[in-house]
Structure formats: C-alpha cells, structure tokens
Design a protein around this ligand. Structure first.
Ligand SMILES: Nc1nc2c(ncn2[C@@H]2O[C@H](COP(=O)(O)OP(=O)(O)OP(=O)(O)O)[C@@H](O)[C@H]2O)c(=O)[nH]1
Ligand SMILES: [Mg+2]
Length: 255
C-alpha cells in the first residue's frame, strides 16, 4: 500500500465527485486504485465503491435502535466506523492496490471534529495518509470566503497532523480569470492581502485581515490545485503530489 488519500471538505464541496473523477483518471492511466466510501449517510454516490461503509454501518438501524433522528444518527454512525476499521482495512487490502481514495462524510464536522476520526485515519492509512481538502469555488472566489476556507483547512490539518493538499473543485464553472485570481491568492500572500483590504470595508473585513495574519504566521499557505471533474482536469497534479510524498518522486510501476 503506497498512498491513502482522505478527501475532506464542507458539505457539497464536491468530495464524492472529485473522488470518482480522480479514480477515473488513475484507472485511465493504468494506476490501480481503490475507492472507499466512508460516508454512512451517502444516499447516491457518483461511483460504485469498492469498499462501502454503508454495508457495515446503517443509519436506519441506528435511528431505530437508539431512537435518534437523522442528525443524531449521523454522529453515532461517524463514531461507529471506528468499530469496523479492521473489516474495512481487510477489504481494502484484498485489492492489493497502491492507491486508496477515501470519500468522507458529507458534513465536514462529522469527519474532522470527531475523536474517532483520528483513530480511523491512523488505522487505515497510518503514515501513508494524506488529506485532500476541497475548496468550493462558490466560497473560494471571494477573498473573505477564501480566507475562511484556508482557516478551515488549517484547522483540519492541525487536528490530524498529516500531510495535506488544498484542492479547488468545479473550475469549469469559473472563468479563466477567476481561476487565475484564486490560484494567485494561494501562491502569493501579498495578492490575497491586497484583495482582502480592497474588499468591502467593515468589521467583517477587519476580522478577515486578522485571521489572514494568524494564518500567515502559522505558515499554512499551500498552492491550491485547480480541478474539474466535468473536464477531468487537474488530476495529474494530484497524482504528482502523491508521488512527491510517498514515492520520493519516482513513478511507481503501473499494474
Ligand atoms: N460543474 C461541476 N459540478 C461539480 C463538479 N464536482 C462536483 N460538482 C457538483 O457539485 C455538487 C456536489 O458534489 P458532491 O460530489 O456530491 O459533493 P460532496 O462534497 O461529496 O457532497 P456531500 O457528500 O453531500 O457533502 C453536485 O451537484 C455535483 O454534480 C465539477 O467538477 N464541476
Ligand atoms: Mg459526498
């Protein structure tokens, strides 16, 4: 097992679609890749999971057994995954693939802010884990939204202390200029600062400038990788980052 990519991000940011498209790109390029659904609450998925947590943890059963509504059941389900990590790992390993993509729970907090998740990531991926944090363009395209996502991504990073990458999804719905501007913010602190202070004045802006300064001193800046599932675009960059972290830049043998 070489690389375990845990795809995380806010609800609706494009985690499942990204996971499906990246797997499609990998398979097209002859890199054997397993895709795991770790979202017990997923109703419809844009891919057929090789391993599916819904076979082990059922929201309906939890709701009736514990007398919970759908939200309470989601929390119990998120923690319950920890009871099944051995089964999940065994099933993943049976594929003997070098790459594993884990699509995580719809709501970010169910994955990022539950104590069980650290254990789950450590058990399934160990030191061969990397987190991919998805930035939704609808928020990322404004300077204040971009700073909010940077803060959220940094928070997730500090919860897991694993390598991570920041990924911009759905770039097909942005203009080329918008993509270039957002990419520039991620590569150049000054351009983001400039955009922030030119944003609408007021308390909101002042707060964002303070958050920006904190992020700058924490050194959490990373180049944002633009992707589009619709255009199957950007996945070579994701693959290169996996190589950089886990194969010291060498191309793994295809199989
Ligand atoms: N145009 C476009 N739409 C996309 C892309 N990726 C995802 N979407 C759309 O964004 C919406 C959310 O995508 P999902 O993949 O379900 O996002 P998610 O983060 O897994 O959502 P939850 O698990 O429900 O939180 C869907 O309507 C997708 O079709 C993309 O690359 N381009
Ligand atoms: Mg999803």
């Amino acid at each position: 097992m070489i690389a375990n990519l845990f795809v995380v991000g806010p609800a609706g940011s494009g985690k499942s679609t990204f996971s499906a498209a990246f797997r499609e790109w990998m398979v097209k390029n002859e890199y054997d890749t397993v895709i795991v659904n770790l979202d017990p609450g997923a109703e419809i998925l844009p891919y057929a999971p090789d391993v599916d947590v819904r076979d082990l943890v059922s929201l309906e059963d939890i709701m009736s057994e514990y007398g919970l509504g759908p939200n309470g059941a989601q929390i119990v389900a998120a923690d319950m995954i920890a009871n099944y990590v051995e089964d999940i790992k065994r099933e993943v390993e049976s594929y003997e693939s070098d790459y594993v993509i884990y699509d995580t729970a719809g709501q970010l907090e169910l994955f990022a802010f539950r104590a069980a998740s650290n254990f789950i990531v450590d058990f399934l991926g160990g030191d061969r884990s990397i987190l991919g944090f998805i930035f939704d363009p609808s928020l990322a395209k404004t300077p204040t939204g971009f700073v909010s996502l940077l803060l959220l991504s940094a928070t997730v990073h500090f919860r897991f202390y694993k390598p991570y990458m920041n990924i911009l999804s759905k770039v097909d719905i942005l203009s080329d200029e918008e993509v270039a501007r957002i990419a520039a913010w991620s590569e150049d602190w000054d351009s983001l600062y400039e955009a922030l202070i030119n944003d609408n004045p007021g308390m909101h802006r002042e707060l964002n400038v303070e958050v920006f300064k904190a992020l700058e001193s924490m050194d959490v800046f990373k180049r944002l990788i633009p992707t589009s599932a619709r255009m199957l675009y950007g996945y070579e960059d994701i693959y290169s980052i996996l190589q950089m972290y886990f194969a010291a830049g060498e191309d793994l043998e295809k199989r």
